[in-house]
Design a protein around this ligand. Structure first.
Ligand SMILES: Cc1ncc(COP(=O)(O)O)c(C=O)c1O
Length: 397
């Protein structure tokens, strides 16, 4: 039955079962740090991995609330199982630390979230891991930069904040050939629109803080992949302690129940907003994977079933005009993060990606004039009217 369920039905039902103790219909929040054993022998068996069950919230599998979330997101991504974390960055850190060691090489998409860039460029390199940032939208460049010691290929697609798209299937094939693991940050697209594991990727990571939670009220991360891969992260999970809280796990479960509906509205709104911006005389350029003008529109069409809610654009008049716009919007919130029900606007080079050197950023296409919009699920006419009034009233240099 489960295999035949459609995506929206899985959002609502996957992983859900009535609470075995009292029959509670919705998943209870197991707000407990520790679990009582029936006997000393049972405690020892659980710690030795000889008996399945819970021990302590930091230890795999955390709590029954976490277990429901893992089952749900694994079903949605088409993966075997997963592991939750306290944030998206904790999830990415655990993937890297559990798989890479001194002398290994990591090939990463050049345009990634600012803290992912910081983790790879400043922290992993401290431990003797070699890192290359490559324009993964260019398959020749990927091929040229794979090395004998490449153990992991990390892809962010669509990339934050340039919206650059790379070919997951083609790059995963290249990774398989040299025995490297392909890891995809699927935060922007979500499994509603992109299923990296079905395209040949090995591992999916998410910042649950974004569309999975969906309401800008939690911080969380998750990793989905094969059982043996997820098991290989256990020492990092148990011994470093970036544990998602049970309340956050519950909020993610609730968020996922409406993921399909929210994503469809985010995407249809974003398409309308992108078309409005592209036609606006004050707008210099727009990047949205659903627009035929997007440089990788064909790849996006091939691997995505929808184009998500994120847009980047530049205004005539550059950053000064961009600042004016951000200061003048009334409905859109001037805030970092993304994937919330409400529309958020921000300036990556002075906010989310400010930690990347200006020369490096500019080379990657993260230019000073880039404004990033996370289109919410309000009515599109209202979002467009707000942007329009802000564009009309902004003074021009
Ligand atoms: C694509 C992407 N991946 C990972 C992260 C990190 O997630 P978190 O803030 O939950 O640590 C972010 C945060 O903005 C992101 O945009």
């Amino acid at each position: 039955m489960k295999k035949e369920m459609k995506f929206g039905t899985q959002c609502v039902h996957a992983g859900e079962k009535p609470d075995p103790l009292y029959g509670a219909h919705t998943t209870p929040i197991y707000q407990t740090s520790t679990f009582v054993f029936d006997s000393a022998e049972q405690g020892a068996a659980r710690f030795a991995g000889k008996e399945e069950g819970y021990t302590y919230m930091r230890m795999v599998p955390n709590t029954p609330t976490h277990a429901v979330l893992v089952e749900k997101i694994a079903a949605l991504e088409g993966g075997e199982t997963g592991q939750t974390f306290s944030s998206g960055m904790a999830a990415i850190t655990a993937v890297a630390l559990s798989q890479l060691e001194k002398g290994d090489h990591l090939l990463s998409t050049d345009v990634v979230y600012g803290s992912t860039y910081g983790l790879f460029s400043s922290i992993l390199t401290k431990f003797g891991i070699e890192v290359s940032f490559v324009d993964t939208s260019d398959l020749e460049k990927v091929k040229d930069n794979l090395r004998k010691n490449t153990k992991m290929v990390f892809l962010e697609t669509p990339a934050n904040p340039t919206m650059t798209v790379c070919d997951i299937a083609e790059i995963s094939k290249m990774a398989v050939k040299i025995g490297a693991l392909s890891v995809v940050d699927n935060t922007f697209a979500t499994p509603r629109f992109q299923r990296p594991l079905k395209l040949g990727g090995d591992v999916v990571v998410h910042s649950c803080t974004k569309y999975i939670g969906g309401h800008a009220d939690l911080l969380g991360g998750v990793v989905v992949g094969r059982k043996e891969f997820v098991k290989s992260m256990t020492p990092i999970v148990n011994n470093t302690g970036a544990t998602m809280g049970p309340h956050e796990a519950w909020l993610c479960i609730r968020g996922l129940k409406t993921l399909h509906l929210r994503m469809e509205k985010h995407a249809s709104n974003a398409m309308k907003v992108a078309e409005f911006l592209e036609a606006h005389p004050e707008i210099e350029w727009v990047r949205y994977p659903g627009l035929p003008s997007h440089p990788q529109h064909e790849i996006a069409k091939k691997q995505m079933s929808g184009f998500g809610g994120m847009i980047s654009f530049g205004i005539k008049g550059g950053i000064e005009a961009g600042r004016e716009l951000m200061n003048r919007v009334e409905l859109c919130a001037l805030a970092v993060s993304l994937g919330s029900v409400d529309t958020l606007i921000q300036h990556p080079t002075s906010m989310t990606h400010a930690n990347i050197l200006r020369e490096v950023r500019t080379k990657m296409g993260i230019t000073d004039d880039l404004v990033r919009l996370s289109v919410g699920i309000e009515e599109p006419e209202d979002i467009i009217a707000d942007l329009d009034q802000a564009l009309r009233t902004a003074p021009r240099s």
